[in-house]
Design a protein around this ligand. Structure first.
Ligand SMILES: [Zn+2]
Length: 242
């Protein structure tokens, strides 16, 4: 039997979801030979065009798709897959339809690990919650996926950095804490790709030390695991525990 290359499917709502929280981890995994595939449900057309604007509202979907492709390349990931949903409207879409799209990607990619948003959507964005629910459903239906991870921020960090908008979890719930220092340059390059989001993300212009406080450690909760032997996340990432 030919053994599948280790691979991870990351299922998100918007261009930049792949970068700001999990970008360093995805870059580290890619460096260790894991094929990283990103599925993004929208082109982020409800987001900012920049201030001053870098494009028109009509151009924004194409511009943000380019930014996403730029970020995936900067992180060493496979080219992203995009669905054609409207930013801000995922909860209105038939969830079975979205789940089917995710299952199609699962069939193509054979991921051992699925990564997505948890039920709180991290920022509470309804699109994040909707795509996270559909990805969890896809995990539930496919026994070949060994583990499901969700993005998380521990309460202590949220308190320390006064991240009041974020839905944090108790520190004990964190399964993996990843110090991404060795992938910092790649993450910064990926963040720089998302130029249109710079004006609405003040941290992108903050001094390096401040940015590292926010973006230098990445956290995950294992929301499901059916086969610990096939789950490469702890094996590869525990040496980066921060
Ligand atoms: Zn998002």
């Amino acid at each position: 039997m030919v053994k599948d290359r280790p691979s991870l499917l990351a299922v998100f709502a918007h261009p930049d979801d792949e970068t700001f929280r999990p970008g360093g981890t995805l870059a580290l995994l890619a460096r260790h030979g894991v094929g990283i595939h990103v599925l993004t449900a929208t082109r982020g057309q409800a987001g900012s065009c920049g201030d001053p604007p870098l494009c028109t509202q009509e151009e924004l979907p194409a511009v943000r798709e380019r930014e996403l492709r730029c970020a995936c390349a900067a992180l060493g990931l496979e080219p992203p897959r995009l669905l054609d949903y409207q930013d801000g409207h995922l909860p209105e879409v038939n969830s079975e339809e979205i789940t089917e799209h995710i299952l199609t990607a699962v069939t193509e990619v054979h991921p051992q690990v699925l990564l997505t948003f948890g039920p709180d959507g991290l920022s509470g964005h309804a699109d994040h919650m909707a795509i996270g629910r559909c990805a969890a459903e896809a995990y539930a239906r496919r026994n070949e996926i060994a583990a499901l991870y969700i993005l998380a921020v521990p309460r202590s960090l949220a308190a320390q950095l006064e991240m009041r908008q974020i839905h944090s979890v108790s520190d004990e719930q964190i399964t993996l804490a990843v110090d991404i220092a060795s992938a910092w340059a790649a993450k910064q390059a990926a963040m720089a790709c998302h130029m249109t989001q710079r004006s609405s993300t003040p941290l992108m212009s903050a001094p390096d030390a401040r940015q590292r406080q926010f973006f230098g450690r990445e956290f995950y909760v294992a929301a499901g695991c059916r086969d610990a032997d096939m789950d490469f996340m702890p094996r590869i990432l525990e040496e980066y525990g921060g």
